[in-house]
Design a protein around this ligand. Sequence first.
Ligand code: PZK
Length: 314
Amino acid sequence: MPDPEHLGSRRNPSMPDTEHLGSGKVRELYALGADRLLLVASDRISTFDVVLPTAIPDKGRVLTGLAAFWFARTLAICPNHLLAVRDDGRSTECRRLTMLPIECVVRGYLSGSGWKDYQATGEVSGHRLPAGLAESDRLPGPIFTPATKAVTGHDENITRAQAGERVGRERLAAVERLSLELYRFAAEYALARGIIIADTKFEFGTDGEGRLVLADEALTPDSSRFWPADKYVPGRPQPSYDKQFVRDFCEQTAWNKTAPGPELPAGVVAGTRARYIEAFERLTGISFADYLAHPEIVLTAPGGTRASGAGNRP
Ligand code: PZK
């Protein structure tokens, strides 16, 4: 597979029947015939909403493996789009769905736009929260805070009533229940391994029979806020599990947070790569070297527990 960043045309002669459908900040999407997609995670990294010119080697493989790990372990909660992880470890074949026009965000802690909205109104997406909460506080229970999908710029939090207008009330109730269940399972699992999943974003689609299917890349550090549990101190912003070296470096340059971002020094690249691999190994219980040798290992290895608890090895 050629580097997607160097593909000039939508048609790729080395991949017949593979049409480039779109680019995210750090990912590429291709059609595989009519019913399947290829999701390719690059090694690009973004910070302060800008993609940096320096890649983090293996970042795309870490995120692809981690998402596949979670897909395999949450099948008791809901079906997902994953069909196969390719041998390159960075691409997955997926079922092509009709995507819902909302982002399904779940927050277990008060951070980012949730903290901003709470300070301004005492509410987040229509949830009235207790008075007197501090930044990064754990919420009394996780809340579903849907957002619009902005093509450019920032996603905007919307109320559940507004989300219901977009997808229908019954469908919204179903994705809210699934999102909360997925978050509770993953957050409890990750916390036991030293990682706080402060919040996370799910995307759902429907298949040909109208059934809800979890899609996109779920429960990775790119789709969630991961915090190191041993550094957790509410009342201030928390360090990022994965990107803190990058942020610290950027803050001590003169960069004004508009494109293009700065090149990263080798030490920052190495430290950041190590953090991604550490998150992968802590959460999956699988060595990253084993993943590179056999990517499908994340789908079958006993990395912990499956969402049902049924059939787990002793
Ligand atoms: C789908 N995106 C986001 C944009 C990327 C990813 N299973 C699916 N079926 C239909 N559409 C999508 C999916 C998934 N996942 C995902 N947009 C459409 C996106 C650009 C690049 F890598």
